[in-house]
Write a protein that binds this ligand. Structure first.
Ligand code: NAD
Ligand code: DAU
Length: 353
C-alpha cells in the first residue's frame, strides 16, 4: 500500500512523512518541487528507507502526476504542496495562483482519472485529502466564537484567497464527480523544520543572531497555535475515519497575541541560552503592519474531537519549549536554510518596512 504526499519536503509535509512512516509504516511517494520552502534535509533520517520514495516534480505537471498515479497505484493522496507565506503572497501573488489553484486543479483532475479506473473496492476506499487553513474564514472580532466548519469563507490575502479557491475546487470535484475527498482547515502550526520566514522560527533565529525581532503593527493580532505533530495526528485521524465530502477544523484551543508569543520565546531563550548582552526582549522592534492583516483567528475543533476522538498531545507550553530546544539543537539546519533565496527574501520584506 502506498500514499501519495505532495509537498512532503516542506515544514508540515516533512513532519507528516516522518510521523507517517514511524507510526503507520506505509510507503510514501513524496512529490515536491523543492521551492525555497522544500528541504530534503528534513527527511535525511529516511535515507535508504524503501518506504520513502522522493520525486522532484511539480504538481502542475499533469503528465508527471498521471504517470506517478499509474505506476505507484496509491490508495490515497494527501495534498500539502502550496505556497504558504502570506507576506510573499502580498509581494508576488502569481506563484500562489499557480501552485495553490492550478496545482490543486491538476491534482484533482489526475486523481479523478485514476480513481475512475479503479476496481470498485479500491474506488470506494480511495481518498483525496486536501490540507487547508483557517485563514479561508477571514478575521474574527475580539469576542466572536471560534470558526466552525460552517463559517462563511471570507479570505483577505492573496494566499488565503488561493487556498479558499482550492477548497472550493475540492468540494466541487466531490459534488460533481463523486471524488472521495476530505478537507482539513488547520490553525497556525509551529515546531521542528519550520522555515524561518514565519513568526516563531524567525524570532528564535534572529534572537540567537542578536538581530531585531520584528513585530508587525501593535502586535495584538491573535493566532491559534498548534504543535505540528498534533496537526499530523489530526490529518491521520481524518484520513482514517473522516466522512467523505466533509471538512474538519484542526486546532489546539490556544489563542495568543503575537506580542505574547514574542515574550514567551524570549523568556525561553533567556532560560536555555542566556545572552551576556542582556534579555532577548531588548531586540523587540515594532515595524509597519502587514497590509490587510487579519486581526484574529480561532479554531473550533469540536467536530474532529467528537467524531474521531482526536486530541492534541501538546500544550502550548510543552510544544514551544520543545520547539525552541529543537532550534538550539540544530544549528546546522538553521545555517543551511539561511543561505541564498532565503536571505534575499529577508532583504526584500524588511528593508522597506
Ligand atoms: P511550506 O511552504 O513549508 O511547504 C510547502 C511545500 O510545497 C514545499 O516543500 C515546496 O517545495 C512544495 N511545493 C510548492 N510548490 C509546489 C509545486 N508546484 N509542486 C510541488 N511541490 C510544491 O508549507 P507548510 O507550512 O508546510 O504548509 C503545508 C500545507 O499546509 C499548505 O497547503 C498550507 O496552506 C497548509 N497549512 C499550513 C499551516 C501553517 O501554519 N504552516 C497551517 C494550516 C494549513
Ligand atoms: O493560520 C494558518 C496559517 O498560519 C497558514 O495557513 C499559513 O501558511 C502560515 O504561514 C500561517 O500564517 P500567518 O500569516 O498567521 O503566519 P506568520 O508566521 O507569517 O505570522 C504569524 C503572525 O505574526 C501574523 O499575525 C503576522 C505576525 N508577524 C509575522 C512575521 C513573519 C510579525 O509580527 N512579524 C513577522 O516578522
Amino acid at each position: 500500500m502506498t500514499i501519495l504526499v505532495t509537498g512532503g519536503a516542506g515544514f508540515i509535509g516533512s513532519n507528516f512523512v516522518l510521523d507517517w512512516i514511524a507510526q503507520v509504516g506505509e510507503r510514501v511517494l513524496n512529490l515536491d518541487a523543492l521551492t525555497y520552502a522544500g528541504n530534503l534535509r528534513n527527511l535525511a533520517s529516511l535515507q535508504g528507507d524503501e518506504r520513502h520514495v522522493f520525486v522532484h516534480g511539480d504538481i502542475c505537471d499533469r503528465t508527471l502526476v498521471d504517470k506517478l498515479l499509474a505506476e505507484h497505484r496509491p490508495r490515497a493522496v494527501v495534498h500539502f504542496a502550496a505556497e504558504s507565506h502570506v507576506d510573499r503572497s502580498i509581494h508576488g501573488p502569481g506563484a500562489f495562483m499557480r501552485t495553490n489553484v492550478e496545482g490543486t486543479f491538476t491534482l484533482l483532475e489526475a486523481a479523478r482519472g485514476y480513481w475512475g479506473g479503479l476496481k470498485e473496492e479500491d474506488k470506494s476506499a480511495f481518498r483525496f485529502l486536501h490540507v487547508s487553513t483557517d485563514e479561508v474564514y477571514g478575521s474574527l472580532a475580539p469576542d466572536a466564537p471560534a470558526f466552525t466548519e460552517d463559517h462563511p469563507y471570507e479570505p483577505n490575502s492573496p494566499y488565503s484567497a488561493s487556498k479558499a479557491a482550492s477548497d472550493h475546487l475540492v468540494r466541487a470535484w466531490h459534488h460533481t464527480y463523486g471524488l472521495p475527498v476530505l478537507t482539513t482547515n488547520c490553525s497556525n502550526n509551529y515546531g521542528p523544520y519550520h522555515f524561518p520566514e514565519k513568526l516563531i522560527p524567525l524570532l528564535i533565529v534572529n534572537a540567537l543572531a542578536g538581530k531585531p525581532l520584528p513585530v508587525y503593527g501593535d502586535g495584538r493580532q491573535i493566532r491559534d497555535w498548534l504543535y505540528v505533530k498534533d496537526h499530523c495526528s489530526g490529518i491521520r485521524a481524518v484520513l482514517a475515519g473522516g466522512r467523505v465530502g466533509q471538512t474538519y477544523n484542526i486546532g489546539g484551543w490556544n489563542e495568543q497575541a503575537n506580542i505574547d508569543i514574542v515574550h514567551k520565546v524570549c523568556g525561553l531563550l533567556d532560560e536555555l541560552r542566556p545572552d551576556p548582552a542582556g534579555p532577548y526582549a531588548r531586540l523587540v522592534t515594532h515595524v509597519a503592519d502587514r497590509p490587510g492583516h487579519d486581526r484574529r483567528y480561532a479554531i473550533d475543533a469540536r467536530k474532529l474531537e467528537r467524531e474521531l476522538g482526536w486530541r492534541p498531545a501538546e500544550t502550548f507550553d510543552s510544544g514551544i519549549r520543545k520547539t525552541v530546544q529543537w532550534y538550539l539543537d540544530h544549528p546546522d539546519w538553521v545555517a543551511e536554510v539561511q543561505s541564498g533565496a532565503y536571505r534575499d527574501w529577508l532583504d526584500r520584506n524588511y528593508t522597506t518596512r
